[in-house]
Design a binder for this molecule. Structure first.
Ligand SMILES: [Ca+2]
Length: 183
């Protein structure tokens, strides 16, 4: 009986070893991407005349993908006749890292409308590489605020594109260890 248990134990160990080697050799790096869209169609409340910002317009894209971030790109479609420099737009990852995208007209944003991709069409306020190595799954929350009274913008839609390594086996318990490999 003891010998049988030992045999099974060795078989399981062998299977784990062989499986591990096969996965490593066969898959390697597989960088892929997915894009999610949120059609919002809501005004960004105007900033008060006394200074500060208006009520934040928050919108969430809930990402079901379980992996590790290798890159993030964000598309904003905000209509505004003029004074896009009233606006600050930030995005917070499921891990709680909040980075600035549109920032009072910085980064090549024109006075009329903010329509394009960060960081390719417009330079973001913060380095979007800060998200690299974080866990992908969960709520990505966009936060739009207007800091000046008068002109009002509308968030028509936004898109979140996550670039990730399909070969990284990720679950929420192990992502912290994998994150260390990216830094
Ligand atoms: Ca305004």
């Amino acid at each position: 009986m003891k010998r049988d248990i030992a045999k099974v134990f060795i078989m399981v160990l062998t299977l784990m070893f062989v499986t591990g080697v096969t996965v490593d050799e066969a898959q390697g790096l597989a960088i892929v991407q997915q894009t999610w869209t949120s059609n919002v169609g809501q005004q960004i409340p105007d900033g008060p005349s006394g200074g500060g910002h208006g009520t934040p317009l928050l919108d969430t894209i809930d990402v079901p993908l379980g992996s590790i971030v290798a890159g993030v790109e964000v598309y904003l479609n905000i209509s505004m006749v003029n004074w896009t420099s009233d606006l600050i737009v930030r995005l917070t990852s499921p891990g709680g890292t909040q980075l600035g995208l549109a920032w009072i007209g910085e980064g090549g944003i024109p006075p009329t409308n903010i329509i394009g991709w960060f960081p390719t069409d417009f330079t973001p306020h913060d380095d979007m590489d800060e998200w690299i190595g974080e866990y992908t799954q969960g709520a990505w929350v966009l936060d739009c605020r207007d800091y000046s009274n008068g002109a009002v913008g509308t968030l028509n839609s936004w898109q979140l594109r996550i670039i990730y390594d399909d070969a990284v086996p990720a679950d929420q318990n192990s992502w912290g260890h994998v994150k260390a490999l990216f830094r």
